[in-house]
Design a protein. Structure first.
Length: 320
């Protein structure tokens, strides 16, 4: 017995159609000349009638179908992904690398736009709008734009075929791991209290949490002992604050540091190197990043080849 979750086919040679059914354990395979039998014609038509009367909704059950409209028309998951990629310059964006990661509200909006676009197009065809001068002008403009984008994509894709994504991944891992992740505590002070508080703090950090609760004016962090977790510190140190977080020994207390929000004293609790995502989890991002880099380089090369010059002075003067 076949599983109810398996799709079966009734090959109806007589009607020259293939009909798919779910949750039905009947399958008929026959040679074409067998359908000349009046009995088999009757059996086929009767079977189809019985099946249609069960009100089985394939579209509603199929997880690939996201919307239905009109006469059995559908919007599929593939339609949504194709539209989403087009909306993002031809690639899956790094913040939404998979179908599952796209917010539900965004999916619903895209699905509705796809369906309504097709519905409006159907109405336009009914009204013979495609034959109007206005529509022909718009189609010509769209054709030029599509040709431009398609050719760029074609050229870039030919080039990135030679790219080793594993090497691109290795470079990204280096960039990620170049940033330390630091957990620290801080005491935020007014200028007149800085030296007084620093003098009574144990420089090994033993009473630091107690000092935070007693002296810190930062209410957001003082309630949890001044703790700040997972702060990324760039390897290139720019500010005194970066210097403390990047170079202060773990478990020790810093000297007072002037920051944009006032004076602060820090204790480094932990410093770790961030863990890079697995290659497969970054693959979509790497492909999109590589495509965009090659695309920008190709456009720059075209500018140089054709010696493109923008007359900025003329443009500026004509705008006054």
């Amino acid at each position: 017995m076949l599983s109810n979750n398996t799709y079966k086919q009734i090959f109806c040679i007589y009607t020259e159609k293939t009909v798919f059914f779910k949750n039905f354990n009947l399958i008929i395979f026959c040679k074409p000349n067998f359908w000349s039998s009046l009995f088999m014609k009757f059996l086929c038509l009767t079977t189809l009638t019985l099946l249609s009367s069960t009100n089985i909704s394939i579209a509603a059950e199929d997880q690939n179908i996201l919307a239905t409209y009109g006469d059995n028309q559908v919007v599929s998951k593939e339609d949504l992904l194709t539209e989403f990629v087009m909306m993002n310059g031809g690639v899956m964006p790094s913040n939404y690398p998979t179908y599952e990661s796209i917010p539900a509200s965004t999916k619903e909006s895209i699905v509705k736009n796809i369906a309504m676009g097709r519905i409006v197009l159907k109405e336009a065809e009914k009204a013979s709008f495609t034959e109007t001068t206005q529509m022909k002008r718009e189609l010509d403009k769209l054709k030029r734009s599509l040709m431009e984008q398609s050719f760029i994509r074609y050229v870039v894709e030919q080039n990135i075929k030679k790219v080793d994504l594993k090497k691109v991944y290795a470079e990204e891992v280096k960039k990620i791991q170049a940033n330390a992740v630091v957990d620290y505590r801080k005491i935020v002070l007014t200028p007149d209290k800085v030296q007084e508080v620093y003098a009574v703090i144990d420089k090994s950090g033993k009473n630091f949490e107690e000092m935070v609760k007693k002296y810190s004016i930062d209410r957001d962090t003082s309630i949890n002992g001044g703790l700040v977790r997972n702060h990324f510190v760039p390897k290139k140190v720019i500010t005194p604050f970066d210097d403390v977080l990047a170079n202060q020994a773990v478990g020790t207390v810093s000297k007072p540091v002037e920051t944009t929000s006032g004076w602060a004293i820090y204790k480094i609790e932990a410093r770790t190197v961030p863990k890079a995502p697995q290659f497969e989890n970054m693959k979509n991002y790497l492909q999109g990043k590589t495509f965009e880099e090659y695309k920008q380089q190709y456009l720059k090369d075209l500018e140089a080849t054709y010696k493109l010059q923008i007359n900025t002075n003329t443009i500026a003067s004509s705008s006054k």
